[in-house]
Design a protein around this ligand. Sequence first.
Ligand SMILES: NC(=O)C1=CN([C@@H]2O[C@H](COP(=O)(O)OP(=O)(O)OC[C@H]3O[C@@H](n4cnc5c(N)ncnc54)[C@H](O)[C@@H]3O)[C@@H](O)[C@H]2O)C=CC1
Ligand SMILES: O=C(O)C1=N[C@H](C(=O)O)C[C@H](O)C1
Length: 249
Amino acid sequence: MTESPIRVGVLGARGRMGATVVKAVEGAADQELVAALDAGDDFAPLESAQVVVDFTHPDAVMDNLRWLIAHDLHAVVGTTGFSEERLTELRGLLADKPQLGVLIAPNFALGAVLAMRFAAQAAKFYASAEIIELHHNRKADAPSGTAAHTARMIAAARAEAGVAPGPDATTSEVDGARGASVEDVHVHSVRLPGLVAHEEILFGGEGETLTIRHDSLDRTSFMPGVLLGVRSVVSRPGLTVGLENVLDL
Ligand SMILES: NC(=O)C1=CN([C@@H]2O[C@H](COP(=O)(O)OP(=O)(O)OC[C@H]3O[C@@H](n4cnc5c(N)ncnc54)[C@H](O)[C@@H]3O)[C@@H](O)[C@H]2O)C=CC1
Ligand SMILES: O=C(O)C1=N[C@H](C(=O)O)C[C@H](O)C1
């Protein structure tokens, strides 16, 4: 017996990512697009979906998720801007809906997920690490969600290994010259037309450096991860943060 396709709704469907997701879902044999909505649209058509994919805006995504959870819809979220406070609220909302799954991934590209994992592995061997993320100049948030997630993974690996952040002799600084500090990891954000999404994680040690770099050259790079997210979230109750958990890395 063939299984029925997963019914998918897309929020942010007229945006750069949402429009790419719409095409990817339409091209996936095991998924059926039932709603493609953007800002100002009536959400009612989403009620026929099983899973809703959100690529909207950090200012909009929490209201969207409150609505989706209240309407018993699984969610796959690529939108950035998730603080610990936001994640705690979502865990609270999901506690009342034990069958429901929400997957939030700061980056759905396989190579970006691997780069983050490799960075976490390297972190205990190098006390000094910095991140440079480079994106198109229409991006709303800085640093990128991926860079923030990478910094948190490095910080967690350092804490587990008992490694303190490396020395930095800077005593005089033009504001921002050393980038933002995310859990003691310096993060530098570049915004230029022509770029898509790129990240370098740099480690420095005795007489050597290690650079891990990932480049998304096209938004199609995120689609295998998004489609996998849709397939997995229906049988993954609760809140999952990071595609690495779905890939079992
Ligand atoms: N996790 C990942 O792999 C990736 C995440 N992103 C993130 O996805 C988000 C969107 O990125 P882009 O597509 O480049 O932005 P975009 O600005 O091209 O598209 C966002 C769309 O969402 C719509 N929108 C805003 N508020 C809405 C609401 N309340 N309901 C429905 N639609 C709404 C906008 O009208 C717009 O069409 C950003 O947070 C970005 O950082 C982007 C690429 C990959
Ligand atoms: O806005 C983007 O384009 C991207 N956003 C995500 C992020 O902030 O990390 C993922 C990817 O870097 C593209």
